[in-house]
Design a binder for this molecule. Structure first.
Ligand code: GRF
Length: 224
């Protein structure tokens, strides 16, 4: 690892509460976990907008119920990905979001979109990356026969579930598990993991060394 590959990120979000945008496509349970943590002070952050490519997403309803600005930006309203992402950009810039959290957002963002926000887009994925990228990670884990799987929060780069890992949690596969039962246990672990990951990042003092995040001394260890 070269010196040049490392940089120091003391407090990357200049003002608190940090302004967070959540992008989602579905039921929005991770959105709910983040919103609750912002509301009760576990996170020094505010969700300023929830955006979905599916206007009927339950997650948007959760946002409205919490009084959070919620916007549907359907992909079908635009001729191509570039135009769709330009609309996303506009909504993000209107909200003055500093950080984007993907929470079940079912589209792969373009390299151009990702490059505009280096270390400013997070995702949660229901496996221990780099295993089982892409769709149906829980099913992939069951089919592979792993005894432990889990969830990962990572920064988003131009690849598929490939950016630097912020934190992970382990979930054991139990005898008799099917996709539904395993997914339910992973999802519960995801909620805590996403909140914990954001809290660690927002505290600042971490460095990115190559693709590895180094946390300051005294930072709580990852949990199992
Ligand atoms: C979660 O399993 C997340 O890891 C994955 O999509 C699912 C979203 O669930 N990326 P929810 O909409 O947050 O309930």
């Amino acid at each position: 690892m070269s010196e040049a590959a490392a940089f120091f990120a003391p407090v990357p979000w200049v003002e608190f509460p940090a302004r967070i945008a959540v992008l989602l496509s579905g039921r929005g349970s991770n959105f709910e976990a983040l919103a609750a943590a912002c509301r009760d002070g576990r996170l020094p952050a505010e969700i300023v907008v929830a955006i979905s490519d599916r206007p009927g997403a339950a997650g948007l309803e959760h946002a409205r119920a919490r009084g959070i600005h919620a916007v549907g930006i359907p992909r079908s309203d635009f001729p191509g990905q570039a135009e769709h992402e330009a609309a996303l950009e506009a909504a993000l810039s209107d909200s003055r979001a500093e950080l984007v959290c993907l929470a079940g957002y079912m589209r792969v963002l373009s390299p151009t979109f990702c490059a505009r926000r280096p270390l400013r887009i997070l995702n949660i994925h229901p496996s221990l990356l780099p295993s089982f990228t892409g769709l149906e990670a829980q099913q992939q884990a069951l089919e592979w026969g792993v005894r432990t799987t889990g969830a990962t929060v990572h920064f988003v780069d131009a690849g598929l579930d490939s950016g630097p890992i912020v934190d992970q949690v382990v979930v054991c596969v139990e005898e008799g598990d099917d996709t539904e039962s395993l997914s339910a246990r992973i999802l519960e672990a995801e909620h805590a993991l996403y909140v914990r990951s954001l809290a660690r990042l927002l505290k600042g003092g971490w460095q990115l060394a190559g693709r590895r995040i180094l946390y300051p001394a005294g930072d709580p260890k990852s949990l199992f």
